[in-house]
Design a protein. Structure first.
Lengths: 369, 587
């Protein structure tokens, strides 16, 4: 039932706002393909163009140029004058605000798309039953939606978007209006339900935790550009640039200069004494300024055995968080964060420590980027 | 699935291309309707002001279009004095209204005066009284010779005498009846003001008086000015009050002067049009000023939060504020009601002595019986109801269409539609009447003489308020609710029918009932558009008053007030929970 989605060279330029001379591109040449049955998450800060991309797929926004092909059918191609209205696209969409209709019961909400399609009444009842069963709301069918909790409303919205077996399911930050605990539970449920139905899904969020749990692949967007589209583990272990690295939690950025490189490995001089072996992304030439990014949990304090990339440092501050402790460590003139898991505190403030930065998790990016 | 997708690939682009002209056609239709309702009559009014041909006798001739005709009228001293009188009466009335309205707002929102709820709701009652009824009631109370107050004072031997057939009399009645406009604006501003702004001033060391002068007052100043200009504009377009109180003393205001011109024999339609244009220009300037005040200084104090302002403890003084409020309610609500009751039920208004005031034998239904013996009474009531229904249905549907198009659609020409819709804000009802007269009187077999011309004039006149009220309730419907229906496979019309309309229903019902009420009490524009077969209540009431029978006039006033009261109660029931309609410009 589900179809492949192909987005080709999508570009959306909003007319320039008064005062600013340049028109801003909300989506800047974005291309990707989602295989049938795959869940792809678009991840990025607000204003990065992820929601606009999703709305272009839905047909709610009209791109300036580019093409959107769903299941082999052209749905959007402004140059050719093709802009199929949302109602004829046979897509499902879960909105950020739930968008369940307050003047209807749960059953009426879920049955609405079936009625719009002229599905025979008997089939309607069966499909509604199935959809409600899927989201575990069968007992609530005849309640007015206004009596439901936020999480239940979100399930109604999900049931409504799947009841007619759409080609593709679009989800626009569907969990952002829920409280933290509910968000965690619904996050897991969402993936399970989508996978059980086998829907192709495009999911938009700004929460990387959500993206990792939900997505088969994650696309990181910034300023209208799709920076990297990859499986979660690839994204976390091999981010394509500093921004993506930052989005995966690599909050330590060490500025230095590339001294030499050997394939994907390079040596970066940091400060006056440091010489750091890193993994390089891209084709930075020796002599260029580089930023080295790494996650706090990859920084080791007082490693058990000696090795490369070990430097003398000093603990500047300590932030005990119960099950983990975050230390600020000063090393070759810069301050970086180190995270140690466990409830015991191992290092005192002002203590001298050996800081190990494993080469395979030190990612070097050309600073010009 | 694949086969279906393939067939879609062929079919869909065509279907879409076919519909691309639809939004433009829709906008064109709306603009055409609005041109018919607003632009054409306004244009005819301007032409009328610039010619000297009589549209009834000679039809429309544009050969002698000349600014000279207009200037002749403008330089006429009678016009000058009517304009001056209007500005004095409305200016004075505005000052009274601001004084009363502002103090009321403060008492109700910011003090611990007892019975605040009662004061607040009773204080709004004058809004629902048609100005003509108010004028009639006060002429019964305060006419120099036969006024009830004067007679009673004389019998009781109190040296008290008032004469409301004067400029101060008009200012007084204008002021007390339009105070609620100022109250509505300033009370809302006071209520929405974050109390911590004042607390911050106090903590910074400012005294209470200094806080009021430097924080409170500047923050609500835009609301005060706005309410002030609005009440000025409304007064400027009122016919009923100056007709009743000004005419006996030969005090002409612009409105009464315009009507007098068309009542002359032969009617001076061109002069009337020219004076109407002057009235429109003054009104337009005031409305422009009000918009500028509202847009120039944003209400930074209005946040999404509901504040509970800390009421000022007045101590024993709170009984003084209560007494003042009671005096206002007595003067505005109780006295006029008693006057109407006495006049309507008493055989002769002359009061020999005080005990005779309470003599049951003096009272009876004779004025009501006489009133209903006149077939025109029933005709006018039925006609008013018909006009009200037409106005409510046509106006409601049109306003919904405009509101939806402007706030929700991407149709081209939305801005133009929005602008044309707001034009009538600057046109008083009476001027709309003259404009419609000019637009249709010279067209044979046209609208003139039918109930429809009245209804369409009312639709045009109340369009801005109706559209604004409906747009507000439309904007409260989250856009995604509509998008969800599109995604689910519904078209634009299906979505409006199944999602937007049901959700906006309370607002739509409220707007339509409000239109109905405004239409049946509208006098200013009816004056020029009724004919013998299309008599409406408001005009019939004026006829009774001018016929000199104060008993029947009072009886008919009471009938209208009861009708309005019932309607308003029903409306409130229907629109409970619906958002309040925006302040109405009534006349």
């Amino acid at each position: 039932m589900s179809s492949e989605l192909r987005v080709e060279h999508l570009r959306k330029i909003f007319p320039p706002i008064k005062g600013s001379p340049v028109a801003k591109a909300a989506i800047d040449d974005v291309s990707f393909t989602i295989a049938a049955g795959e869940i792809v998450v678009l991840l990025g800060p607000s204003g990065c163009g992820k929601t606009t991309t999703l709305r272009c797929v839905a047909g709610l926004e009209h791109p300036t140029s580019g093409r959107i092909v769903i299941g082999g059918t052209m749905y959007t191609d402004p140059q050719a004058g093709v802009l199929v209205p949302p109602r004829s696209r046979n897509l499902g969409m879960v909105f950020q605000s739930y968008a369940v209709w307050p003047h209807m019961t749960v059953r009426q909400n879920v049955g609405y798309p079936l009625k719009a399609r002229g599905v025979p009444r008997r089939d309607q009842a069966k499909a509604i039953e199935e959809a409600l069963g899927l989201v575990e709301l069968s007992d609530y069918a005849d309640r007015p939606v206004t009596q439901l909790s936020g999480g239940q409303m979100q399930r109604v919205a999900l049931a409504r978007s799947m009841v007619y077996q759409p080609q593709i399911l679009l989800l626009d930050e569907p969990l952002s209006n829920l409280d933290a605990q509910l968000r965690l539970r619904l996050r897991d449920d969402l993936r399970r339900i989508i996978k059980r139905v086998g829907l192709t899904a495009l999911y938009v969020t700004h929460d990387q935790q959500e993206a990792v749990v939900l997505g088969d692949r994650i696309g990181v967007m910034r300023d209208g550009k799709l920076l990297q589209l990859a499986a979660p583990d690839e994204l976390y272990n091999d981010p394509a640039d500093l921004f993506v690295a930052g989005f995966t939690g690599a909050s330590n950025v060490i500025a230095g200069r590339l001294v030499s490189r050997d394939g994907m490995q390079g040596v970066v001089s940091v400060g006056s004494r440091g010489s750091l072996t890193v993994r390089l992304a891209g084709d930075t030439a020796p002599g260029a300024a580089v930023n080295v990014a790494l996650r706090p949990d990859n920084v080791l304090l007082e490693p058990s055995n000696a090795g490369p990339n070990q430097f003398p440092g000093r603990v500047v501050s300590r932030n005990y968080q119960g099950t983990q402790t975050v230390y600020e460590v000063s090393v070759f003139g810069q301050t970086i964060e180190a995270l140690e898991v466990g409830s015991s505190i191992r290092h005192a403030v002002d203590a001298a420590v050996t800081v190990a930065l494993p080469a395979e998790v030190c990612w070097g990016y050309g600073a010009g980027m | 699935m694949d086969a279906q997708a393939q067939s879609l690939a062929v079919a869909v682009p065509n279907r879409h291309a076919e519909r691309r002209w639809l939004p433009a056609a829709w906008s064109g239709l709306l603009i055409a309707v609005l041109s018919f309702l607003v632009l054409y009559p306004t244009a005819m009014l301007l032409i009328g002001a610039l010619t000297t041909t009589n549209p009834v006798v000679e039809g429309y001739h544009f050969a002698d279009l000349s600014i000279g005709n207009f200037l002749t009228v403008v330089t006429n001293p009678n016009v000058g004095s009517a304009l001056a009188n209007s500005l004095i009466a409305c200016g004075g009335g505005t000052i009274v209204a601001v004084t009363i309205g502002l103090s009321f707002a403060w008492v109700v929102v910011r003090t611990n005066t007892p019975c605040k709820g009662l004061i607040a709701s009773a204080g709004m009652l004058p809004l629902f009284v048609p100005p003509l009824v108010a004028g009639v009631a006060w002429s019964i109370l305060g006419s120099p010779k036969t006024g009830l107050l004067n007679m009673l004072a004389a019998k009781a031997g109190i040296p008290f005498h008032i004469d409301l057939y004067t400029m101060p009399g008009m200012i007084f009645v204008f002021g007390i009846y339009y105070a609620p406009y100022v109250y509505m604006f300033t009370a809302a501003a006071l209520r929405n003001m974050d109390p911590s702004l004042e607390e911050a001033a106090e903590i910074s060391g400012a005294s209470a008086a200094r806080t009021i002068a430097t924080v409170t007052f500047p923050l609500i100043l835009p609301a005060i000015i706005s309410g002030m200009l609005l009440s000025f504009v409304v007064m400027l377009g009122i016919y009923g009050v100056p007709a009743v109180l000004g005419s006996p003393a030969n005090l002409s205001l612009l409105t009464t002067y315009i009507f007098a011109l068309t009542a002359w024999s032969p009617p001076l339609y061109n002069t009337a049009a020219a004076v109407a244009v002057i009235l429109m220009v003054v009104t337009g300037f005031m409305v422009w000023l009000q918009q500028k005040v509202l847009s120039g200084r944003s209400y930074t104090t209005v946040a999404g939060k509901a504040f509970r302002p800390r009421p000022l403890n007045l101590g024993a003084w709170r009984f003084l504020t209560l007494a003042m409020a009671m005096v206002y309610l007595l003067v505005v609500v109780v006295l006029p009601s008693i006057a109407l009751f006495i006049a309507a039920f008493r055989k002769f208004l002359f009061i020999r002595d005080i005990p005779s005031l309470f003599d049951a034998k003096q009272y009876g239904w004779q004025h009501f019986i006489k009133m209903f013996d006149n077939p025109l009474t029933i005709t006018s009531i039925i006609n008013s109801m018909k006009v009200g229904v037409i106005t409510a249905v046509v106006g409601g549907i049109l306003a919904f269409a405009i509101g939806y198009t402007v706030t929700r659609s991407r149709a081209p020409g939305r801005r133009t539609i929005d602008v044309i819709t707001t034009i009538p804000v600057a046109i008083p009802g009476l001027v709309i009447g003259v404009a419609y007269l000019w637009a249709w009187i010279g067209v044979p077999f046209g609208l003139y003489g039918t109930l429809w011309i009245l209804a369409l004039a009312f639709v045009a006149r109340f369009m801005p308020d109706t559209v604004k009220a409906l747009s507000t309730s439309l904007m409260q419907i989250h856009r995604e609710l509509e998008e969800a229906a599109w995604i689910c496979g519904r078209g634009t019309l299906g979505t409006i029918g199944s999602i937007v309309l049901p959700l906006a229903r309370p607002g739509v019902v409220a707007a339509m009932t409000l239109l109905f009420i405004l239409a049946i009490r509208e006098l200013g524009s009816s004056l020029f558009l009724y004919s013998s077969g299309t008599m409406v209540m408001a005009v019939q009431l004026l006829g009774y008053y001018e016929g000199g029978n104060i008993g029947i006039t009072a009886a008919f006033s009471l009938v209208q007030m009861v009708l309005l009261g019932v309607l308003i109660t029903v409306t409130n029931r229907l629109s409970r929970g619906a958002n309040r309609a925006s302040p109405i410009r009534t006349g």
